[in-house]
Every structure is written in structure tokens, then in C-alpha cells.
Design a binder for this molecule. Structure first.
Ligand code: GDP
Ligand code: MG
Length: 139
């Protein structure tokens, strides 16, 4: 069993597709074990995306991530990290396979509906960035 961090980004929240995104996880056998709706501020969003600091899109990314509320979740299941990445699809929705979350719900590489941890190491860091151990309801 693996855990991974998922964020339903501001564009998907404002489009009212939170349920549809969560349904993708559940239909794939992944379980939500922690969940909250929050509005990130500049410091929290910058720290979360620290790996991208200095890249040309960094400021735009941070400003977008603080533009509205997000759903931060921990999802759990067999091979959850890779499974979630497959459900999400390519970072650029125009390149994402049909039927993936980004192909179906995202508008652009900037507003691309979801975040998902990309490795065990980043999942560990990202989960603890938003949740304390006792906030995970591992079943
Ligand atoms: P992800 O793991 O698929 O979300 O992609 P990355 O970790 O590489 O990048 C984080 C986020 O930054 C992406 O989801 C995009 O919203 C944004 N991003 C990444 N690469 C680019 C880029 O080349 N141009 C722009 N405008 N945004 C990007
Ligand atoms: Mg990433």
C-alpha cells in the first residue's frame, strides 16, 4: 500500500468538478484517507513547489495556486503514486490521453486541474507538508 498527495487545483474547484475528480480515484480503487479545502498563501504555495523555484513559470504557478481554494487530499492504495499520475495524465492537457483527468477537466498547462506526487520521496514530503500523521485515516 502506498500513499500520495493529491491537490484538486483552483480551476477544477471553481468548475464544480471536485466530485468527478474524486470519482476517478475511487473508481481506480484508491481511497481518500485525508481531505481538506484550504486557500494557499504565497509562502505555502512557494514552499510546496520549491523544486520549481527559479523556473520561468514559477511565479505564474504560485499566483495561480493561490487564486482560489483547493482540495488537498491523501489517497491510498496499491501503487497509488503511479496510479494517480496515470489517472491525471500529461502535465499539458493538450498532450494528455483521452479519459485522463487533465484531458477531461483542464484548460491549459497553467490551469491543469490536479497535482499528484511524482515519487515516494516527494509523496512523503508533500503529505507531511499538509497533514500530521494522526490526520491520516489509514484503513
Ligand atoms: P506535474 O507534476 O505534472 O504537475 O508537473 P511539474 O511538477 O513539472 O510542474 C508543476 C506545475 O507547474 C504543472 O502542473 C504546471 O501547472 C506547471 N508547469 C510545469 N511545466 C510548465 C511549463 O513548461 N510551462 C508552464 N506555463 N507551466 C508549467
Ligand atoms: Mg510535479
Amino acid at each position: 500500500m502506498q500513499t500520495t498527495l493529491s491537490i484538486i487545483k483552483p480551476d477544477a474547484v471553481s468548475k464544480n468538478v471536485i466530485g468527478k475528480v474524486i470519482e476517478r480515484f475511487e473508481d481506480a480503487g484508491l481511497k481518500i484517507v485525508a481531505s481538506k479545502m484550504i486557500k494557499l498563501d504565497k509562502e505555502i504555495a512557494s514552499g510546496f513547489y520549491a523544486e520549481h523555484e527559479g523556473k520561468p513559470f514559477f511565479e505564474k504557478l504560485v499566483n495561480y495556486m493561490i487564486s482560489g481554494p483547493v482540495i488537498v487530499q491523501v489517497i491510498c492504495g496499491e501503487n497509488a503514486i503511479l496510479k494517480n499520475r496515470e489517472l491525471m495524465g500529461n502535465t499539458d492537457p493538450s498532450k494528455a490521453d483521452p479519459g485522463t483527468i487533465r484531458a477531461d477537466f483542464a484548460d491549459s498547462i497553467d490551469a491543469n486541474a490536479v497535482h499528484g506526487s511524482d515519487s515516494e520521496e516527494s509523496a512523503k514530503r508533500e503529505i507531511s507538508y499538509f497533514f500530521k500523521d494522526d490526520e491520516l485515516f489509514l484503513r
